[in-house]
Design a protein around this ligand. Structure first.
Ligand SMILES: Nc1nc2c(ncn2[C@@H]2O[C@H](COP(=O)(O)OP(=O)(O)OP(=O)(O)O)[C@@H](O)[C@H]2O)c(=O)[nH]1
Ligand SMILES: [Mg+2]
Length: 238
């Protein structure tokens, strides 16, 4: 059996986390020859996220420094050494856990090193993404394609699957602590020479209030795009 580790970074996700964990297609993955281990990263949750995750038998690790980037790095540092494929998705049930199968297939068949789920090329359900955020996501995606020549179809997505070796490189190189982490990872992975492809996914409305600040977080994402133009992969080439 090959091992898939699923990472779910969480800051107060009591409304969504149970559904995200329950809908991971464990039986289908087992039938395809994968065992599944799920790790919730508790990023200073003050609600019932941790209790809900533990009630499902899920491993919970704690990251005291706030920000999705910090939480994800903690997740990268918590995976077992025998993990073959790493998956990340948000804990707010805006991404569909069952669609994980689609992200894993191209990696398990050695088609590529990284798969991202694209909302822009997929289904954006009503109320899940404002027009402003959609324009921002298209713009950032275009900028990455233009300047980095990455074959990317949604640079701010929260759904990823990686070959384990890619995560080993990323954990030494990512530096964004918050919502710019996806831009940081994608631009660096392109420069490191990893093959990245996109599959269409569904994006659903979040049941919680949005914590993403379009202008403040958008500026940080743009800053990361700009800064990484001069980033050099040095020893981290594929
Ligand atoms: N807001 C926030 N989210 C975090 C933090 N650390 C980890 N996360 C998780 O990162 C994921 C994405 O965060 P969201 O707040 O859903 O951000 P988003 O999906 O970009 O935007 P909206 O859902 O529209 O608010 C979720 O699973 C969060 O729980 C943190 O410090 N702040
Ligand atoms: Mg969200």
């Amino acid at each position: 059996m090959r091992l898939i580790t699923v990472l779910i970074p969480c800051y107060n996700e009591e409304k969504g986390i149970g559904k995200v964990i329950d809908n991971i297609p464990v039986d289908k993955l087992n039938a395809l020859g994968f065992s599944v281990k799920t790790i919730v990263i508790d990023n200073n949750c003050t609600d019932n996220t941790v209790e809900i995750a533990k009630s499902r038998g899920t491993i919970v690790v704690k990251e005291p420094n706030k920000g999705k980037g910090n939480a994800l790095l903690k997740g990268f540092n918590s995976i077992d050494k025998d993990t073959d494929i790493v998956v990340m998705l948000d804990g707010d049930n805006t991404y569909q856990s069952k669609e994980m199968l689609r992200l894993i297939e191209p990696i398990s068949n050695d088609f590529c090193d990284v798969v991202i789920g694209t909302r822009l090329g997929g289904k954006i359900n009503i109320g899940s993404m404002s027009t402003f955020n959609r324009m921002g996501n298209w713009t950032f995606t275009f900028l990455v394609r233009l300047a980095y020549h990455g074959n990317i179809l949604d640079v701010c997505t929260g759904y990823f699957a990686w070959k384990r070796e890619v995560v080993d490189s990323l954990k030494q190189t990512i530096s964004a602590s918050g919502f710019a982490v996806e831009m940081d990872m994608i631009t660096k992975m392109v420069k490191m020479g990893y093959q990245i492809y996109s599959v269409p996914i569904t994006y659903n409305r979040s049941e919680k209030n949005s914590s993403l600040h379009p202008i403040k977080d958008g500026s940080k994402i743009f800053g990361t795009w700009l800064r990484n133009l001069s980033w050099k992969p040095n020893g981290y080439r594929k």
